[in-house]
Design a binder for this molecule. Sequence first.
Ligand code: AHM
Ligand code: MG
Length: 335
Amino acid sequence: VGSERINTDILTLTRYLNEEQTKHKEATGDFTLLCHALQFSFKSIAYYIRRASLINLGGLAGSSNVTGDDQKKLDVIGNDVFIAAMRSSGRVRVLVSEEEEEALVFDEYPEARYAVMCDPIDGSSNLDAGVSVGTIFGVFKLPIGAKGTKEDLLKPGTELVAAGFTMYGASAQLVMTMRGGAVNGFTMDNALGEFILTHPDMRIPKKRAIYSCNEGNSKYWEEPVLEWVNSLKQAEKPYSARYIGSMVADAYRTLLYGGIFAYPADKKSTKGKLRILYECAPMAMVFENAGGQAVNSKMQRMIEVVPEHIHDRSGIFMGSYDEVQKVIDIHKKHG
Ligand code: AHM
Ligand code: MG
């Protein structure tokens, strides 16, 4: 390979964060440090997932998480890795994890100004089959002197300063956005140990005939949802169904190809399945910043929904602008 064909000026996440920091004169560097800790946790989790079958991490850990799911050993490890990285960054005052019943308040860093929400390994029921899973995160900036109380956390996604996810697939893909900013996609280069900016300014296609939901639940669906999915299947050119069952992987595909991902609230799960703080709100911010839409089952903007409890759930529809609009229009018709 001639040297002229090798890119010797790669935009790594580290460099990207430094450049972002210099753009903001008021920046203290705290957010950059927090992002370094986030990136380290993604690299570690990616590493353990890759090695899982080899070092006997598959299967159940013998404990249950707050919602009663069986925990995988990797769930525990992913959670521990994430907590350690956030705590040691010294920039996080409080952390909400899907795997922890209560928010973790880091009193050893009383000056820390960030609250982090995370699902360390989303889609973990897929782990033993080697299917892609991911980490979802959202970050709030707290007022000076904040103690990491519930009031610091029970806020809408519009208050997030940053959000995104990392998908552990054929390679680890980090998708990240800041409030009002572009959505950027980075790919982990395992040889360099760096996330490389490979998908700058991601824009979701305006429409695409792909829908992604667990149709096994259709017995419990409300009328507008049934009518909507039926309309896609009966379209002149019927839609394709794609459902991995790992939200991060389904969301990543939807972001790249367009289409819609839905996990509606239904007659059985009246509040939906996915959690607002660390699943729905961060995804809503990513999809809106990429030019798409995200709404809950009441057709409210997902990003404006305020949870009452840290583990509250919601129905969600997210994806291409036009595809989500179809859902909204059918719901409006039903009143
Ligand atoms: P988890 O956080 O316990 O892994 O559950 C969330 C996952 C999502 O990744 C996925 O979209 C959904 O649950 C799949 O649910 P279902 O198996 O009901 O289709
Ligand atoms: Mg989850």
